[in-house]
Design a binder for this molecule. Structure first.
Ligand code: PLP
Length: 289
């Protein structure tokens, strides 16, 4: 389900009237980037950080940002206002635009296609948070600019389908024997009370939810370490957790059919979930954060 009104190239218009050319390079090449901003009680969460990541993705693929920060915020506010849901996921996408032919090099003159829509934000149910989820591992077959939020998601789609086929919630990716992230989420682990996050690199999308979780951990003096995580460490972790705008903070209690730790949601993950929900409530009360 998506909102009845969307934004396309300067116009707010009904979903059913929106048209995009098949020669759009987003359609032909996946030549574009996107962002998803969670909205709670009609208030965007961490909008500045999402827009900063969006700007980095645009710069990373050499598309000039078509809007100022202020204009993006206005588009987001209008999409939220037009939709009926309290909690939403605002999706923004910019592609390089429409060419007159199919040719890999950038056209000399091209106007980016700017698209925005909003969807209901669907987060895990209380029962899923309570029980945790199962995940599988797979070799990270993505390209080497995973730090850019590109619309070219074929590898992520295929990797996520591997876990979906078996009824699992996520595919956790390993590259050269080290954890990178999930096909649709950031991955953290806990060992002997320390929250461990793989360091930022071109092989990992800098997750905004993960950033919030790490900030909360630091504020509450939970030991945090940023270092590479080997496959063996991942497999012997006390706790594994996924973070994303839609998954929030979600425990992985089974990995490749084996229990993680004691097979139940661990105490550190529970604590992080509580802090995260508390932080969200603050945002709902006081506005943008
Ligand atoms: N990593 C990947 C590959 C993702 O697709 C996502 C979310 O879509 C994330 C990490 C988490 O990012 P965020 O917390 O900003 O939603």
């Amino acid at each position: 389900m998506i909102g009845k009104t969307l934004y396309l190239n300067g116009c707010f218009q009904p979903l059913l009237e929106a048209r995009i050319s098949p020669l759009d390079r987003g359609f032909l090449f996946g030549d574009g980037v996107y962002e998803i901003i969670p909205v709670y009680s009609r208030r965007p969460f961490r909008a500045e950080q999402h827009l900063e990541r969006f700007a980095l993705s645009l710069a990373g693929i050499r598309i000039e940002d078509p809007h100022s920060r202020h204009e993006w915020l206005d588009i987001i506010e209008r999409l939220i206002a037009e939709a009926t849901w309290q909690d939403q996921g605002v999706y923004l996408q910019v592609t390089r635009g429409v060419d007159r032919k199919r040719d890999h090099p950038f056209p000399a003159k091209v106007v980016p296609t700017v698209f925005g829509m909003t969807m209901p934000l669907v987060t895990p149910t209380a029962a899923v948070f309570e029980q945790g989820v199962s995940a599988i591992t797979a070799s990270d077959t993505r390209w080497s600019r995973c730090d850019l939020k590109s619309t070219a998601l074929l590898a992520n789609v295929l990797l996520r389908q591997e876990s979906a086929d078996g009824g699992h919630a996520e595919t956790i990716l390993l590259r050269d024997g080290y954890l990178t992230e999930g096909s649709t989420s950031s991955v953290l682990m806990v060992q002997q009370g320390t929250l461990i996050a793989p360091p930022a690199s071109n092989f990992i999308l800098p997750g905004i939810t993960c950033e919030v979780v790490l900030e909360l951990a630091c504020q509450h003096n939970l030991p945090v370490s940023h270092r590479p995580i080997t496959e063996a460490e991942l497999r012997s972790a006390d706790e594994i957790l996924l973070t994303s705008s839609t998954k929030e903070v979600l425990a992985v209690t089974q990995l490749d059919g084996k229990p993680v730790g004691n097979g139940q949601v661990g105490s550190v993950t529970r604590q992080l979930q509580t802090w995260y929900q508390g932080f969200k409530s603050t945002v709902m009360r006081h506005g943008r954060k």
